[in-house]
Design a protein around this ligand. Structure first.
Ligand code: NAD
Length: 302
């Protein structure tokens, strides 16, 4: 098969493109190497992949000749109130609208990477896909807008689209703004970790190879909307304790107030995607060990 992966120089997109390539598919990546974090890290992620520099929000899109498009490009991060909002509108809503338009026109099947952030203030745990959608962050609102755009293109123009709501992904190459990367880097370098909130916020952490497997299963045989979440919900404090044990080091924590828009709890109900034969297979402990080992090879140990 010939696949297009948007956001292929990013954390999840680069793992997905590599997995598709390893399975024998022909893979073309698209990325505009935004400076949300150091583009040099993205260049490194893209090594060994055919990633073309293109801005989905403005460049011409032609999806003819592809069997499927994995649309992972976007502006992540819940710190999306204030002046940065236009960036979220452009990289999530506008870019995705242009991708949906082109995919519908060129009759190409599409996977859209949405987020557990669309659930926001919902209080059903574990959270099934048909829960009320009440995003707390502008980021979550742009992802919900993208989902709604995808449905509109499906209804009105026959877009063949599957929506995946990823819950916190982790593992090697995790974005530098995400908690585990900041923790393993602080442990390795002996620097301080800035903890936002009391650390008792919980997440359905999902190892990146499990995210990739779910994404490919959705392209192969999915229809509709699916949660993609790890089997175990754990608090940030619990994960810090595991990383301290694995690394044999003690984390120096600097407390800060919780970030506006951050959910207190995410917990994925995954029976729908398990119906596709998918289950998360990497434990939190094994995944954290892999992420620690990755960081320890990159950050000079103090
Ligand atoms: N990492 C997670 O835990 C998580 C959770 C939920 C949802 N998601 C979603 O999954 C996707 C991938 O997340 P990630 O953590 O790998 O993020 P990432 O920032 O590492 O990757 C996204 C990539 O998209 C590219 N991009 C942004 N705007 C673009 C544009 N207009 N044109 C072309 N490329 C553009 C960026 O340069 C970046 O390389 C995102 O859409 C994110 O919102 C991620």
């Amino acid at each position: 098969m010939r696949y297009l992966v948007t956001g292929a120089a990013g954390f999840i997109g680069s793992h997905l493109a590599e997995a598709l390539q390893a399975a024998g598919h022909d893979v073309v990546g698209i990325d505009c190497f935004t400076d949300y974090y150091d583009p040099a890290l993205k260049e490194e992620n893209a090594r060994g992949l055919d990633v073309r520099t293109l801005d989905l929000a403005e460049d011409e899109l032609d999806f003819r000749g592809f069997d499927g498009v994995f649309h992972l490009a976007g502006q992540p991060g819940v710190r999306s109130f204030g002046d940065v909002f236009p960036v979220y509108l452009r990289r999530n809503v506008l870019a995705s609208q242009r991708v949906f338009e082109a995919a519908a026109r060129d009759r190409v099947r599409l996977i859209f990477a949405s987020s557990s952030s669309v659930y926001g203030a919902t209080e059903r745990y574990p959270t099934p896909e048909d829960s009320p959608l009440q995003p707390l962050s502008p980021y979550g609102i742009t992802k919900l807008a993208c989902e709604q755009l995808a449905f509109a293109y499906a209804r009105e123009f026959g877009l063949d689209c599957v929506v995946l709501r990823y819950f916190n992904a982790f593992g090697p190459r995790q974005r530098p703004d995400m908690a585990f990367t900041r923790i393993v880097n602080a442990l390795a370098a002996g620097t301080t970790f800035e903890l936002y909130g009391d650390g008792d916020q919980t997440r359905s952490w999902t190892y990146v190879s499990d995210v990739v497997a779910a994404t490919i299963a959705a392209m192969d045989r999915g229809a509709g909307t699916y949660n993609v979440g790890g089997a175990l919900e754990a608090s940030l404090n619990e994960t810090i304790a595991v990383l301290e044990r694995i690394s044999g080091r003690t984390l120096t924590v600097e407390p800060h107030p919780a970030v506006a828009g951050d959910q207190r709890r995410t917990s994925a109900e995954t029976s729908r995607i398990e119906g596709l034969g998918w289950k998360p297979v990497v434990s939190l402990e094994d995944g954290l060990r892999a992420q620690w080992e990755w960081a320890a090879t990159r950050v000079p140990l103090a």
